[in-house]
Design a protein around this ligand. Structure first.
Ligand code: ADP
Length: 287
C-alpha cells in the first residue's frame, strides 16, 4: 500500500498503524488487515472510477442489516476516498471455521432478517452486485421487480457483451408469462442480496456476521437460492432457517430462476465459463 494512504488512514483512525497485511478471498477490491496497538481493522481499497459509490452502498447495506438487530455485520468506521483510491474501513472480525451449531444460529438469524418487511419490492437507492450496477427501482409486484430490475438488465448486458445471442434471450412478455404462476403471494423481505459462502464470517465466539451485502426488499428464497448455488452452507443452516420461516410451494423452479440472476451476473463479470449454466436454465423455463 502506498505510504501516503497509510499515513492518511493512520490520521483517520487516530492511531499508529503497526502492520498492513493483505487478505485474499475478495473478488473486487484489495483487502487488508490493519493492526494497531489497541484494535485491528479491516480495510478495502479500490481505484475503479465508481469505487467510492460502491463502498458507500456497501456501508449502507451493512448498516441497514445492523439496524434490524437480527444478525450482525462488521461496524463501519469510515468510507471515503484519498487521491485515486476509495477505501472502506470496518471492524475486523477474527474468524473460525463454522461448526454445525454456528450454522444453526446463522440460519435462524437470517430467517429473522427476512421477517423485516416493506410495502414495496426494491430499495430507495441502487447498489452493486459484484462490481456491476444493480438497480432497485421499487415495484408493487415481485413479478415486475424481478423481471425489470433483475433479469432484463442482465440479459441486456449479456447481449451487449456478445455473451448471449438475441435469439437466446426471452422477451419481456415471455418472462412475465412464464414467471407469473411461480410468483404468487410473495412478500417483500429484507435480503442480504449476495449470500454465497464467502459472504458470512463466524467469529471466534461463534457469532455469525454477514459481509458484502447488496440489500433490497425481495423474495426471501433469493438468498436461499444463492446460498445453494455454490454450496458452503451446512444442512443445519437450512433446518434452522426453515423451522423459523417455512418455505412456500414450487420452490425448486423458483430456486433455479433466482440462481439464473446470479449466473447471469457471473457470466457478465467473468465470461463464458458460466454460459452453459445460464443457457440451460433459459432453455428450461423460457422456450
Ligand atoms: P470483495 O468485496 O473484494 O469480494 P470481501 O468483502 O469478500 O471482498 O473480503 C475479502 C476477504 O476478507 C474475505 O475472505 C472475507 O472473509 C474477509 N473479510 C471481509 N470482511 C471482513 C471483516 N470485517 N473482518 C475480517 N475479515 C473480513
Amino acid at each position: 500500500m502506498n505510504l501516503d494512504l497509510k499515513t492518511h488512514l493512520s490520521n483517520i483512525i487516530n492511531d499508529s498503524i503497526q502492520n498492513v497485511i493483505p487478505i485474499s478471498g475478495g473478488d473486487i477490491s484489495q483487502a487488508y488487515k490493519i493492526t494497531t496497538p489497541q484494535v485491528n481493522y479491516f480495510l478495502k481499497v479500490n481505484n475503479a472510477p465508481d469505487a467510492l459509490t460502491m463502498f458507500q452502498t456497501e456501508a449502507f447495506s451493512l448498516q441497514t442489516i445492523a439496524n434490524t438487530n437480527t444478525i450482525k455485520t462488521p461496524r463501519v468506521i469510515v468510507c471515503d476516498s484519498f487521491e485515486n483510491s476509495a477505501f472502506l474501513i470496518m471492524e475486523f472480525i477474527t474468524s473460525k471455521s463454522p461448526s454445525s451449531s454456528d450454522f444453526k444460529v446463522l440460519g435462524a438469524q437470517l430467517a429473522q432478517l427476512h421477517q423485516c418487511n416493506s410495502e414495496y419490492f426494491g430499495l430507495d437507492q441502487d447498489n452493486f452486485i459484484g462490481h456491476l450496477p444493480q438497480q432497485n427501482n421499487t415495484h408493487k409486484t415481485w413479478l415486475d421487480f424481478y423481471s425489470y430490475e433483475r433479469l432484463l438488465p442482465q440479459l441486456e448486458l449479456a447481449k451487449e457483451k456478445n455473451l448471449l445471442e438475441d435469439s437466446e434471450c426471452p422477451t419481456t412478455a415471455c418472462i412475465k408469462r412464464q414467471l407469473q404462476p411461480l410468483f404468487e403471494n410473495i412478500k417483500p423481505s429484507l435480503l442480504h442480496g449476495d449470500l454465497w459462502s464467502g459472504n458470512y464470517i463466524i467469529a471466534t465466539d461463534g457469532t455469525p456476521y454477514l459481509i458484502d451485502p447488496a440489500v433490497y426488499y425481495g423474495h426471501n428464497e433469493v438468498d436461499i437460492a444463492m446460498s445453494k448455488l455454490f454450496g458452503g452452507f451446512d444442512e443445519s443452516f437450512y433446518e434452522a432457517y426453515f423451522s423459523e420461516y417455512p418455505i412456500g410451494e414450487d420452490t425448486s423452479a423458483r430456486i433455479e430462476i433466482y440462481q439464473l440472476y446470479y449466473l447471469l451476473v457471473h457470466l457478465n463479470m467473468f465470461g463464458r465459463s458460466y454460459y452453459s449454466a445460464v443457457s440451460s436454465i433459459l432453455k428450461k423455463y423460457f422456450t
